[in-house]
Design a protein. Structure first.
Length: 192
């Protein structure tokens, strides 16, 4: 079985898959941030890049923006603008982390998925955000040369969304398992 669709070079599938990955991540991030404005504002404040008043505004509006962008990507409404907006968001997130890591401030919460999932920032999170930014741009139909990309049927779009969701679920399970194994191995390891 081939990943390439005859005649199209598979580009519509790649666009749809990238768009779906981006949308699902933004949607999960947005939902996890809802109702935690104060905690999220504290995390944003801790980055020391914005004045406190602006941190409050960002904490309140960021989940809404993420949901709107995700909705636009999932419904194919203005995907060019939504893809670019998503890419810009990921670059901003990664840039904020990189600035703080370069300042030697690695012990601040990431805030990627709200206050409840706040692990300390790491360089791999910066890289992850840059990869997600590229993924968002790959999903932009205008990214590809004209005539290469054409819309898929709704059933194909849903298949790409399902594939993206399964990919992210597998990634999450693998990451969770790795963290659990690390924690168990640290508990079992004899003290020196």
């Amino acid at each position: 079985m081939s990943w390439i669709i005859e005649g199209s070079g598979g580009v519509p599938w790649i666009c749809s898959y990238a768009r779906s990955i981006t949308a699902v991540i933004l949607l999960v991030a947005a939902v996890s941030k809802l109702g935690t404005h104060e905690e999220l504002a504290a995390i944003i404040d801790n980055y020391r890049l914005l004045p406190h008043r602006l941190s409050l505004v960002v904490a309140r509006e960021l989940p809404v923006a993420e949901m709107i962008i995700a909705g636009m990507l999932l419904t194919r409404s203005g995907t060019k603008y939504a893809g670019v907006a998503a890419a810009v968001l990921f670059v901003i997130f990664g840039g904020a982390m990189a600035i703080n890591l370069l300042r030697g401030r690695a012990n601040i919460a990431c805030g990627c998925f709200g206050a409840s999932q706040s692990s300390p920032i790491k360089w791999r999170y910066v890289i992850r955000n840059m990869v997600l930014s590229a993924c968002a741009l790959v999903g932009v139909e205008g990214f590809w040369p004209s005539g290469v990309s054409h819309p898929l049927a709704i059933s194909d779009e849903l298949a790409a969304l399902l594939a993206a969701s399964v990919t992210l679920a597998c990634y999450w399970m693998a990451l969770t398992s790795a963290m659990m194994l690390k924690r168990v191995s640290e508990e079992v390891r004899p003290a020196k």
